[in-house]
Design a protein around this ligand. Structure first.
Ligand SMILES: *Cc1c(COP(=O)(O)O)cnc(C)c1O
Length: 217
């Protein structure tokens, strides 16, 4: 589906939800996509992209950034502590702050580097064993801990369970953000971004609907 069509669907969902036009940012998830597909979206003027692996992003984005001004990169995949510095140097936004140790690492590196990307706390809304993220009942304490470390937490992010309707997860995330005074809500992917917008998403992460099915690597 073209960038134009995705933008139109986002705009229609904003209107339907009584949200301001432009309230929702499209994060184009370009992981594993062939470079010409990514380049086509850059040529169409889009600048906000998401990747789920530091190494893959390092191999692709420095060259694109030389050719296209104003690129903003989001990390949406799990981050090992030993790659935290590289991630902080490459990404503008890290959406997967998911544990206290990583928060302390970011705080220390922010002092050394002199800057810190914007951060989203990943919440494991479905309390799934295999999924990263802060448990729902630990979110308030964790956000407070991050603030105590002076980390720039902008919002919350979730990846709902694949086998369940996402709406209750979107609602839960929106309530947690509200009571913690956080304005950012990263939720909604190709299959459900309109529902996420209805529930207050400020960032939707759309991959396959925009670029086509991911080619197995
Ligand atoms: C891959 C990925 C997406 C995009 O998924 P699509 O269903 O292709 O839109 C969104 N968020 C995260 C965290 C991802 O890893």
């Amino acid at each position: 589906m073209s960038l134009q069509s995705i933008r139109e669907r986002i705009a229609a969902a904003e209107t339907a939800a009584g949200r301001e036009p432009g309230a929702v940012a499209l994060v184009a998830i370009s992981k594993v996509q062939p470079l010409p597909r990514v380049e086509a979206v850059l040529e169409d003027g889009h600048r906000v992209f998401g990747e789920n692996r530091v190494q893959e992003a390092q191999g692709k984005w420095p060259a694109f950034r030389e050719r296209y001004d104003g690129v903003r990169l989001h990390l949406v995949g799990p981050l090992q502590s030993n790659k935290a510095r590289a991630a902080m140097e490459l990404f503008d936004v890290i959406e997967t702050l998911d544990r206290p140790k990583l928060a302390r690492t970011f705080a220390r590196l922010a002092q050394e580097i002199g800057r810190c990307p914007q951060l989203f706390v990943q919440v494991n809304t479905g309390a799934e064993d295999q999924k990263a993220g802060i448990a729902p009942d630990e979110v308030d304490g964790f956000v407070a801990e991050c603030r105590g470390l002076d980390l720039p937490v902008q919002g919350l992010m979730c990846i709902p369970p694949i086998d369940a309707p996402p709406e209750s997860h979107f609602t839960m995330l929106a309530e947690m953000a509200e009571r913690n005074g956080l304005s950012g809500l990263s939720m909604g992917m190709s299959a459900d971004f309109e529902a996420a917008i209805a529930h207050g998403a400020t960032h939707v992460r759309v991959g396959s609907a925009l670029f086509g099915e991911r080619v197995a690597s």
